[in-house]
Design a protein around this ligand. Structure first.
Ligand SMILES: [Zn+2]
Length: 206
C-alpha cells in the first residue's frame, strides 16, 4: 500500500509544530486544519531514514528538532498559492514542491526543553503583518526578511544566530540532506523530485 511508503514522525527527539496547522503563519489561516490534515508531520520513509540518523547527534548536543512543515497535501499548496499570489514565492505547481512529495522538511533546533534556538529569522516567519503589507504593495520589510532568510546573510550583531544556522546546516548535511540557498530552515532529500516520488493524497491515511 502506498501509505506504507510514508511515516508520521513520532519520536521524542522531534517536536511537531506544523506552521500551516495554526493560524499565526504568513497566511493567517490554519490551512492544514481546514483541509482535514491537522498537525501531522509525515515524510517519505527515505527522508525519515536520514532524519533518524540525526538522533545520536541531537542526544549528544542535548537538542531536539522542531518540524515546522513536512509533507504538504497538494490541495493545501494550491490554497497557499491563491492566498499569496506572488510569483516565485511558493513553487509554481505542487509537482515542483518537494513538500508535496514528502521529500522536504522545514526545521529548526531547540534545546532539550523545546525552546527554539535563535536564528536570523524565525522559521518561515512571513507573518500575517508582513503578509498584509505585501498584499497592499508595500514590500520593503518583506524584502529585508527574504535577505535574512538566506544562508549567505551575515550581520555583526547576529553571531549566535548565524552560528546556530550553520550548526543546523552542518548537521543536516552530515546525514545527506540538501540545503537551499534562500531558506535556512528548508532541507531536501537529494533526488527527491517528482520523477522519483509521486504526488499522493495522504489525507485520511494517518
Ligand atoms: Zn520548506
Amino acid at each position: 500500500m502506498l501509505e506504507n511508503e510514508y511515516i508520521e514522525i513520532k519520536h521524542e527527539r522531534f517536536i511537531v509544530d506544523m506552521m500551516y496547522a495554526r493560524a499565526n503563519n504568513m497566511l493567517g489561516q490554519a490551512i492544514y486544519q481546514e483541509i482535514g490534515w491537522g498537525n501531522k508531520a509525515v515524510v517519505h520513509k527515505d527522508l525519515w531514514q536520514k532524519l533518524e540518523n540525526l538522533v545520536p547527534e541531537l542526544v549528544k548536543n542535548k537538542m531536539k528538532m522542531k518540524i515546522c512543515d513536512a509533507y504538504r497535501p497538494k490541495i493545501a499548496h494550491e490554497m497557499m498559492k491563491k492566498l499569496i499570489p506572488m510569483k516565485g514565492f511558493f513553487a509554481d505547481n505542487a509537482e515542483r514542491s518537494q513538500h508535496c512529495l514528502g521529500t522536504a522538511v522545514d526545521v529548526c533546533l531547540c534545546d532539550e526543553y523545546g525552546q527554539e534556538l535563535s536564528y536570523p529569522t524565525k522559521v518561515d516567519a512571513y507573518d500575517a503583518v508582513l503578509s498584509k503589507q505585501v498584499l497592499s504593495g508595500n514590500i520593503g520589510a518583506f524584502t529585508e526578511h527574504l535577505k535574512k532568510a538566506r544562508h549567505d546573510y551575515f550581520a555583526e550583531g547576529l553571531k549566535k544566530e548565524i552560528e546556530n544556522r550553520e550548526f543546523l546546516k552542518n548537521l543536516m548535511e552530515s546525514v545527506g540532506l540538501e540545503s537551499i540557498q534562500h531558506e535556512w530552515w528548508h532541507y531536501n532529500l537529494p533526488n527527491g523530485k517528482i520523477d522519483n516520488y509521486p504526488i499522493v493524497d495522504l489525507r485520511g491515511k494517518f
